[in-house]
Design a protein around this ligand. Sequence first.
Ligand code: T5A
Length: 216
Amino acid sequence: MLEQRGLFLALEGIEGVGKSTQQALLVGWLESLGISATPAREPGGTRVGEAIREVVLHRRDLDMPAETELFLILGSRAAFVRDVVRPTLAAGRALVSDRFDLSTFAYQGYGRGLPVEEVEQANRLATRGLRPDLYLVLDLPLAEALRRQEARGASDRIESAGAEFMMRVHDGYRELARREPRAELVEGTGSPEEVHERMRSVLRRRFPETFVPAAG
Ligand code: T5A
């Protein structure tokens, strides 16, 4: 178990890039090192968050301005931070979240066209300033991510927003990863194991005291 405060890792990137796959591998690896790790996802992770997720992702019958989508997602995040993130970190555990606030900047900011700075400001209210220790931003050519997503099946309300939207989100992630010191762009091509090994290298480099080379 990590001492004092735990470690907060957020997996980010467009749909189909491999976040869920890498989350499972990362949690397994952390546990094998004796680090208790909790997987979570956003939007969701709490009862109210899962109810919001249902509305935001699956209620295609609802016409929703981008601002409504934003505030619903931030509403879910406020509960997630209070009820999942803070208690997990206070217990000294690692939290591996499938998406966090970089998703909001990429999708509602770059994708939907809301001013990114204002989105960041509203997000600070939801998180009360709590931020991940590291964002692992998986990067794939858009066409490859779409192929993987199609192979996986059913798309949600946001995924169905079209190719131009997805391109803006894709480019937005690259821009965000460039300017966010806590973000690392991780090449998503190759087998899941190869991508996982890249993640391990990043974690060893970023947190050498936690992930000493001999630790696997
Ligand atoms: N959203 C979310 C916002 O708009 N704003 C926000 O602030 C937040 C938090 C969430 C939706 O909500 C939006 C964005 C999203 O539209 P979701 O279902 O939680 O949706 O997340 P998705 O990204 O849609 O999940 P996906 O399952 O599509 O993508 P993943 O998790 O990135 O990919 P994964 O691991 O499921 O893999 C997809 C397929 O590829 C295969 C897998 O087996 C799977 O079939 N695969 C690989 N194939 C070859 N090589 C590899 N290395 C592979 N890795 C995985």
